[in-house]
Design a protein around this ligand. Structure first.
Ligand SMILES: C[S@@+](CC[C@H](N)C(=O)[O-])C[C@H]1O[C@@H](n2cnc3c(N)ncnc32)[C@H](O)[C@@H]1O
Length: 263
């Protein structure tokens, strides 16, 4: 099991990024839209949850999809919730942790969570909470990040100083094993690579910071990143340049799991 950043640091980083997130969230939009399309067509949730709602873009999309249902947007970062609250469109905005949901047993028909659960160290606890909070027949639909995400940046740093400057992500086989053991029925679990291109390294690191998703690992090297090291990093990344620009790969896992309907 790899170490993931602690919750306070994650919440603070995303709270700081709330004002810039939407301007650089193209990949997050594409992934969330894909996840919406994976939702079972028959689903008519009376109550749904957008878990790790961020600025609330997909909370509002879900409210449009399910106008008859009651929506709850949950996030661990108060700054993100404030931002989402201003845009409205959802019945409730609640501060909470995916590993300890502030909801009653059997109270939801759908948990939608796009690109948030990679920040949870205990994915088994997340699945346990989904199992607890969903009604029989309810659905958990999530997208998350796997090993191989930001690999080009990781490899470039490795060439410079051997440190892990990039967030660590769970392996696909861990997702598979944990979902299989969750007690929920796995309807879909598939990985898709998404690749972005940036004109230069500055652009790429600026985007990660604006998303709140720059390196949050414990044990990361302290202090400012020196000019010489950044130069060396840019040179190492340049080796990977493609005709479209500097590549940046995200390995996205999409999961749709269902709680057994009542017999
Ligand atoms: C990359 S953003 C995605 C936001 C939104 N779902 C979207 O697709 O635009 C990840 C969000 O997950 C939230 N998050 C991280 N860890 C969480 C946890 N343990 N419980 C709830 N939310 C969490 C962060 O605060 C952040 O707002």
């Amino acid at each position: 099991m790899t170490t993931r950043p602690d919750k306070l640091r994650v919440a603070a980083s995303f709270s700081r990024a709330a004002g810039t997130y939407d301007s650089v969230a193209q990949l997050q939009r594409d992934v969330g839209r894909q996840l919406l399309w994976y939702l079972p067509l028959h689903l008519k949730p009376e109550r749904w949850l957008d878990l790790g709602c961020g600025t609330g873009f997909f909370s509002r999309a879900l409210a449009d999809w399910y106008p008859q249902g009651e929506g709850i947007a949950v996030d661990i970062a108060e700054g993100m919730l404030q931002h989402a609250r201003q845009a409205g469109g959802v019945q409730a905005f609640v501060a909470g942790d995916a590993e300890r949901l502030p909801l009653r047993d059997g109270s939801c028909d759908l948990i939608f969570s796009s690109l948030a659960l990679q920040w949870c160290a205990d994915f088994a606890a997340v699945l346990g909470e989904a199992q607890r909070v969903l009604r029989p027949g309810g659905v958990l639909a999530f997208s998350s990040l796997c090993v191989g995400t930001l690999q080009e940046l990781r490899d470039s740093w490795q060439a410079v100083d051997g440190f892990v400057h990039v967030n660590r992500f769970r392996g696909v086989e861990d997702y598979q094993a944990l979902c299989a053991a969750s007690g929920l029925q796995v309807e879909r679990l598939q990985v898709r690579a998404h690749r972005l291109h940036y004109p230069d390294l500055r652009n790429l690191t600026h985007s990660l910071k604006a998303l709140g998703a720059h390196n949050l690992n414990a044990g990361r090297p302290a202090g400012l990143t020196g000019r010489a090291r950044l130069r060396a990093l840019a040179d190492a990344y340049e080796q990977r340049r493609q005709p479209e620009g500097l590549p940046c790969t995200y390995q996205v896992i999409y999961g749709v799991l269902q709680k057994e309907p009542r017999a």
